[in-house]
Write a protein that binds this ligand. Structure first.
Ligand code: DNO
Length: 395
C-alpha cells in the first residue's frame, strides 16, 4: 500500500481501542497528548510513554493531531511568546522520539464545527451535518451578537426556526456548536465564547494571516532541525463563522503560506472533507499544485446544497471526486519515489465515519465511531489498490 494507513485514536479513554484500529487494517495511529493543557510543552517522557503504549499494540504513532496552537499565538496577544517557546519545545521532543508529522490548525476560537451530530441518513445510519440556518439562529438569537449583515429575510427564517425548537433542542444546538467536538481542545459556555470573540475585535483576516506567517517563521526552523514536518489543517468549514477570520480555506490561502515560508517542513494536511465543502476548491488540482507540501491526508466527502448546508457523505460518494483525488495522491507518491525524495508513503486516515450498526447503541465520539471509519478505510484501501493496479503506478 502506498498510503500509510492510519486511524485517529483519542488516547486511553477512547472507546475505540488500539486493538480495534489494528483489526480495521491500519498500521499507524494518529493521536495527541490530549491530557496536556493547551500551551504547555509536551515532555519527552510523556511522549515516550504514549509511544510505547502504541507500539505495544503492534502499531506505530505516525502523526500527532494536533499540537494545539494557543489562542494567544493566533491573536499575538498576552503570553504568546511563552506559548511559542512551548510549541518549539514540543516539536523538539517529538522529533527526538521519531514522530515526524505534526498536524495543527489556525482556526480562531472554534476548531471544526457542526450543528447536528445525529443527522439521520435514509439507510438508518447517522452523519454529522452543518446547517446554516441553525448557525444563524444561534448567532442572532442565543449569542445575540451584534451581527454583521444577515439579510432580513434570512433573519426571519432563523427566527421561525428558533421559535420552532424546544429548550432541549436549543441546548443541544448550543452544545454542538461551542462545547467542543472531539479533538477541539477547547470548550466554551455562551459567556466564555462571547469573551473569546471579543479578543478578535482587532484581528481581521489580514492580521490573522500576518500572525500565522510570524508563527510559521518561529516554528518551522525548529521543526526542520528536529526532522519534523508541520501539516496545517484547513478550516472546517472553510469560511468565516461568527465574523471570525479564517485564512486556511482555499488554494490561494495555502499558496500564500507556502510562498511566505518556503521550507518543505511548512506543509499541509490535505483534508478533502474540509476543502471539499467549497465548490471553488478543485481538489485534484490542489493535490497537483501542493504536491510535495502534502505531509498528511484526511479522506472524507461531504454533500452540499445550494443553501449553504452540508452533511458528511459516504467516503466514496458526495461532492468529492475521491477517485481523482486518490489518483493524484498516488501519482505524487510515485513521483517522490522516482525522484528518490522523502515522504514516499503519506500517512492517510479515513476522516470521520457514519455512526452505524452496533455503534448506534454506543456512546461514541461524534464522527469517530469505529465501524463507520472501518468502512471508510476499507473502501479507500480498495480504491487505492484498484487505481494502482489499473494505472500500473509504482508507488
Ligand atoms: C476534526 C478534525 C480537526 C483537526 C484539527 C487539526 O475531525 O479534523 O479537529 O484535528 O483541526 O488541528
Amino acid at each position: 500500500m502506498s498510503f500509510i494507513q492510519t486511524m485517529r485514536w483519542y488516547g486511553p479513554k477512547d472507546p475505540v481501542k488500539l486493538s480495534h484500529i489494528r483489526q480495521a487494517g491500519a498500521t499507524g495511529v494518529v493521536t495527541a497528548l490530549h491530557h496536556i493543557p493547551n500551551g504547555e510543552p509536551w515532555e519527552l517522557q510523556e511522549i515516550q510513554k504514549r509511544n510505547q503504549e502504541i507500539q505495544a499494540a503492534g502499531l506505530s504513532w505516525e502523526v500527532v493531531e494536533s499540537v494545539p496552537v494557543h489562542e494567544d499565538i493566533k491573536t499575538r496577544q498576552g503570553d504568546f511568546r511563552k506559548y511559542i517557546q512551548s510549541y518549539q519545545q514540543s516539536l523538539r521532543n517529538l522529533g527526538k522520539e521519531g514522530i515526524k508529522t505534526v498536524c495543527y490548525n489556525f482556526m480562531p476560537v472554534l476548531d471544526w464545527t457542526r450543528t447536528d451530530l445525529d443527522y439521520g441518513l435514509p439507510n438508518g445510519a447517522k452523519a454529522l451535518r452543518y446547517d446554516k440556518l441553525a448557525m444563524m439562529a444561534f448567532d442572532f438569537f442565543i449569542l445575540k451578537r451584534e451581527s454583521d449583515g444577515y439579510p432580513a429575510e434570512e433573519i426571519e427564517k432563523a427566527k421561525n426556526y428558533i421559535e420552532s425548537i424546544d429548550d432541549a433542542v436549543k441546548e443541544r444546538l448550543v452544545k454542538n456548536i461551542i462545547a467542543g467536538l472531539p479533538g477541539s481542545e477547547e470548550s466554551y459556555t455562551v459567556a466564555d465564547f462571547k469573551n473569546k470573540l471579543a479578543a478578535y475585535q482587532d484581528v481581521d483576516a489580514t492580521a490573522l494571516r500576518a500572525n500565522i506567517v510570524e508563527f510559521l517563521k518561529e516554528v518551522v526552523p525548529v521543526a526542520e532541525e528536529s526532522g519534523v514536518n508541520l501539516a496545517i489543517h484547513p478550516d472546517d468549514p472553510p469560511f468565516s463563522l461568527f465574523g471570525l477570520p479564517r485564512v486556511v480555506s482555499t488554494a490561494g490561502d495555502a499558496r500564500h503560506l507556502f510562498d511566505q515560508v518556503t521550507s518543505p517542513a511548512n506543509g499541509l494536511t490535505f483534508c478533502t472533507g474540509s476543502f471539499g465543502v467549497r465548490a471553488d476548491n478543485d481538489l485534484p488540482t490542489m493535490v497537483k499544485e501542493f504536491g510535495s507540501r502534502i505531509h498528511f491526508v484526511h479522506l472524507r466527502s461531504t454533500t452540499r446544497d445550494t443553501q449553504g448546508n452540508f452533511f458528511e457523505a459516504d467516503h466514496l460518494a458526495g461532492d468529492v471526486d475521491m477517485y481523482e483525488v486518490v489518483k493524484a495522491l498516488l501519482e505524487e507518491m510515485s513521483a517522490r519515489k522516482s525522484h528518490g525524495k522523502a515522504g514516499q508513503h503519506i500517512p492517510m486516515r479515513p476522516d470521520h465515519g457514519h455512526q452505524m450498526m452496533d455503534d448506534l447503541e454506543k456512546i461514541t465520539n461524534p464522527g469517530y465511531s469505529g465501524i463507520g471509519r472501518l468502512k471508510g478505510l476499507a473502501e479507500i484501501r480498495g480504491l487505492e489498490m484498484g487505481i494502482k493496479r489499473a494505472l500500473q503506478l509504482d508507488a
